[in-house]
Design a protein around this ligand. Structure first.
Ligand code: C2O
Ligand code: CU
Length: 439
């Protein structure tokens, strides 16, 4: 991507998802849509969406409330919806072949679940996800705190990239093996989709809910024109809010930011690329809010988590293997699947590990490949272990760079069968997935 793309990006029109309230039963209809991804005047892009738009509608509830959603599949191929990051009942997790049957074209499925945690989440298709998510089948899911922080605007910022052809359609090489063996499907065009699209005033305090909805691209993001803190990652509040600098979002990761508008210039979301800055999107700034008193940005109230029992934790290792330029690839792995965990590509009949409900595990994630991977566990959040050995942020997706390893600590307290996979969806498609059982 280059500066020319950057110009295309800034003039693109905002998409307009609608707000749905969770208190009333809601229907989510997956169907073909067209979206103005490219700038006005350029052709609209045939995509997939929910209820007529991509991204799909904003689903919003207060913590402890329930969602009651009838999913209707009108995309012409099997699908299912996964509620990413929500610690819900296994039967509602939306993984075809594991937690439910695939929802065939024309069929429906009733999803009902209580939202246990306040935070920023999202939903997305979980059948041929590397294609269906790339085609637009996703949307934001927001769970509000009982007492939300005092802000002037609560904005959702979904960051995506698309691989566009010259005629404005999506390139349809979703199963490209070369992409899968490398970083995955990377787009040639990226944008931040900001909902709602409303100007801010200098002096306003904002809550920004960043979600990386791209299938495979990692976004290092810089924010200009605001001064604030990261207050939550992957929906889970940080004990101590962190600096904004150095923010990196792997696919599926989220960051909640509370920040004050300190400039009369537009607030800019900038993707730091190797070729220089790429503007993803902007929030216009109009006028001044002189009423707001300066105040500290404090931590959000924590969600309720089981405390890990480190003395009795089981120690496990999950080694990421395969891909281009890897030892395993040299050994001829390309004949079958491209990526593996612990020598095993794709799902097996037996789980990676069977946990007793409530058991604590310390899992060493070893990246023995030439590419970064964002590893996602369904149905749980886990602690990233810091280099000094202390428990760090609670996450549902952790980014492990090439050649690095990271320990995570998880209390497996949600019964069922849960996927554990790379959220670079092209890697998942090519075998980087396993599952755990909790009984
Ligand atoms: Cu966001 Cu298995 O998914
Ligand atoms: Cu990966």
């Amino acid at each position: 991507m280059n500066r020319r793309d950057f110009l295309i990006t800034t003039s693109a029109a905002a998409l307009t998802p609608r707000i749905a309230l969770a208190s009333a039963p809601t229907q989510l209809v997956a169907q073909p849509v067209t979206a103005q991804i490219l700038p006005d005047g350029a052709p609209a892009t045939p995509m997939l969406g929910f209820n007529g738009s991509t991204p799909g509608p904003v689903l919003r509830a207060r913590q402890g409330e329930s969602f009651d959603i009838r999913f209707l599949n009108q995309i012409g191929q099997g699908s299912a919806v996964h509620w990413h990051g929500l610690r819900i009942d296994n039967t509602m997790d939306g993984v075809p072949g594991m937690t439910q049957g695939v929802v065939s074209a024309g069929d429906a499925f009733a999803y009902r679940f209580r939202a246990p945690d306040a935070g920023t989440f999202w939903y997305h298709a979980h059948n041929r996800s590397w294609e269906q998510v790339a085609r637009g089948l996703y949307g934001p899911l927001i769970v509000e705190e009982q007492t939300p922080p005092d802000v002037d605007h609560d904005l959702i910022v979904m960051i995506d990239d698309w691989r566009m052809t010259d005629s404005g359609t999506l390139a349809d090489d979703f199963d490209n093996r070369h992409d899968q063996a490398h970083q995955g499907r990377l787009g040639n065009f990226a944008r931040a989709l900001i909902v709602p699209s409303t100007p801010a005033r200098r002096g306003d305090r904002l809550r920004l809910r960043l979600i990386n909805v791209a299938t495979d691209r990692i976004f290092p993001v810089e924010l200009e024109g605001i001064d604030g803190k990261v207050v939550a990652l992957d929906g889970m509040p940080l004990g101590r809010p962190q600096e904004l600098s150095g923010l990196v979002l792997a696919p599926a990761q989220r960051a909640d930011i509370i920040a004050d508008v300190v400039s009369a210039d537009p607030i800019a979301f900038v993707f730091r690329t190797q070729d220089g800055p790429y503007l993803l999107g902007e929030i216009p700034v109009e006028g001044v809010n002189s009423m707001r008193q300066a105040s500290e940005i404090s931590a959000l109230p924590p969600n309720e988590m089981a405390q890990p029992d480190m003395d009795n934790a089981v120690s496990l290792t999950l080694s990421m293997e395969g891909g281009a330029m890897s030892r395993r690839m040299m050994q001829g792995m390309m004949g079958g699947n491209i990526w593996a965990f612990n020598g095993q590509s794709g799902l097996t009949d037996t789980p990676f590990h069977a946990f007793e409900r409530g058991q604590t595990a310390r899992i060493r994630l070893v990246n023995d490949t030439r590419f970064p991977h964002g590893i996602h566990l369904h149905g749980h959040h886990f602690f990233e272990v810091e280099t000094d050995g202390t428990l760090g942020a609670l996450r549902d997706t952790t980014l492990v760079d090439a050649g690095e390893s990271r320990d995570i600590v998880c209390v497996f307290d949600n019964p069922g069968k849960w996927l554990l996979h790379c959220h670079m969806l092209g890697h998942q498609a090519a075998g980087m997935k396993t599952w755990v059982q909790v009984t």
